[in-house]
Design a protein. Structure first.
Length: 165
């Protein structure tokens, strides 16, 4: 299953909506309850958030996605706050136990290792912000247990249309 998480406006997002039964598109602007850090998705509910909204199964969606595509406005070298909120709600993708990966301590993944995390940033950003964004994507790759991360930068959302996610 391919999952696309994005913060694009309605006019641009249509390019992501393809007639593919294995494609799940998650718009970061949808109403949701922010993660409250109760960790019940780790300890009690086996990967599923106890808050019943459209993001309740975000951990499972992220855990089963290959590739996972994140499209976000570049905000100081990171994701926009709506995209970050989605990733926060997906913490149930991992287990509350630790392992050593990439020379660092990380949580064990609840799901088998996946191949590709693709991150597409759009909007103006400095070279320092681009380097920070690349490092963030690499850390997310390790945390989410993907083999490879690809990071792309686009000046605006119109260039995303041409890229053909």
């Amino acid at each position: 299953m391919k999952v696309i998480i994005h913060d694009l406006d309605e006019g641009t997002a249509f390019v992501l909506e393809k007639a593919d039964p294995d494609l799940v598109v998650i718009h970061a602007g949808n109403p949701y309850v922010p993660c409250r850090g109760c960790f019940k998705c780790w300890l009690k509910n086996a990967g599923f958030c106890i808050m019943k909204d459209s993001w309740q199964h975000m951990g499972a969606l992220i855990g089963q996605s290959d590739p996972l595509v994140i499209v976000s406005r570049c905000c100081y070298g990171g994701y926009s706050s709506p995209v970050k909120a989605i990733l926060d709600r997906g913490i149930g993708n991992s287990l509350p136990f630790f392992t050593w990966r990439g020379g660092q301590t990380h949580h064990l993944s609840r799901y088998p290792r996946r191949k590709l995390l693709r991150v597409c940033f759009y909007g103006e950003c400095t070279e320092f912000e681009r380097e920070t964004a690349r490092e963030l994507a690499e850390r997310n790759r390790l945390n989410l247990d993907y083999e490879k991360a690809e990071v792309s930068f686009f000046e605006n959302s119109e260039e995303l249309k041409e890229a053909g996610l």
